[in-house]
Design a protein around this ligand. Structure first.
Ligand code: IYR
Length: 274
């Protein structure tokens, strides 16, 4: 027992030991020694680093940051009227680097971002999208869907696909093709790409730009236009730029906290230096 406690506290990431090798505090020394070889092999293969760069804030500061973040992000609006004004490529690059930090399944990072500023390709994307949208709005979409979209004022015309300086076409890698040509499975692909897209939208807003999540359906034409392989599925087109001076947005509201959340339990009051 003493031996087990010693080893468990001495070895980093005891949680991994417990989960992976089913060790627990009640194990005896012989079992630990038996498993220790396995552990050494594991440690040789996988590296762990101390958590660096983590920043803890005093509670008042934490509260202020939460308020400030919300005050800023609630100003984000999905915009459909874009100016043609260009934006620096480095800004897009940094926003993509931010998106690439997203938590994701087994760190497979199953996304690919195609950044389009070429007018000819933008024109082809607009043409492909408008063809699909035409079919959607004039028959494919059920009435209840069209009714739900009515407050947004959308239709089959997508001029922003040509006016906005950048289209970021986001692809989800349903599986990865390794250099030797074999396929390896990706995990939680939709969730992973959704989280990365959320960070990207946030980064773009943070820079003082606007975006539109556009999802022509189906989007298979994007593989052809952008020459992307079969393991990549179009996820959405993020239209990025400045709003047109005359841009308008629909008069819609976000749900209140009580509508979107349920708190269970009375968490003890937060105190400093715990
Ligand atoms: N893809 C179409 C329809 C559309 C669907 C949803 I759900 C929206 O929130 C907005 C639009 C279009 O882009 O017009």
């Amino acid at each position: 027992m003493i031996c087990s406690e010693f080893v468990i506290s001495w070895i980093p990431a005891p949680r991994l030991l417990k989960d992976k090798f089913h060790w627990n505090d009640e194990l005896d020394c012989s079992r630990i020694i038996q498993n220790y070889t396995v552990w050494l092999e594991f440690m040789k293969k996988y590296k762990f680093l101390p958590l660096s760069g983590y920043q803890k804030y005093p509670i008042a500061e934490m509260q202020r940051r939460a308020e400030t973040f919300y005050a800023d992000i609630k100003l984000r609006r999905t915009v459909r009227d874009f100016s043609t004004e260009s934006i620096p490529k480095e800004v897009i690059e940094n926003c993509l680097l931010a998106a690439g930090t997203a938590p994701n399944g087994a760190n497979r990072q199953p996304w690919h971002f195609v950044v389009v500023s070429d007018p000819e390709i933008k024109q082809q994307i607009r043409q492909g999208a408008e063809e699909e949208e035409q079919a959607f709005y004039s028959g494919r979409a059920p009435d209840d869907w069209l009714e739900a979209l009515a407050p947004l004022g959308t239709d089959e015309h997508k001029p922003f696909l040509e006016t906005a300086p950048y289209l970021i076409v986001i692809f989800a890698e349903s599986y990865t093709v390794t250099p030797d040509g074999s396929q390896s499975k990706n995990y939680y692909v939709q969730e992973s790409v959704g989280i990365a897209t959320g960070i990207l939208i946030n980064a773009i807003h943070h820079c003082g730009l606007v975006s539109l999540t556009h999802t022509p359906s189906p989007m298979g034409f994007l593989n052809k236009v952008l020459n992307r392989p079969a393991n990549e599925r179009p996820y959405l087109i993020l239209v990025v730029g400045y709003p047109a001076p005359e841009a308008t947005v629909p008069d819609i509201r976000k749900k209140a906290l009580a509508e979107i959340s349920t708190f269970i339990g009375n968490a003890p009051e937060a105190t400093e230096n715990k």
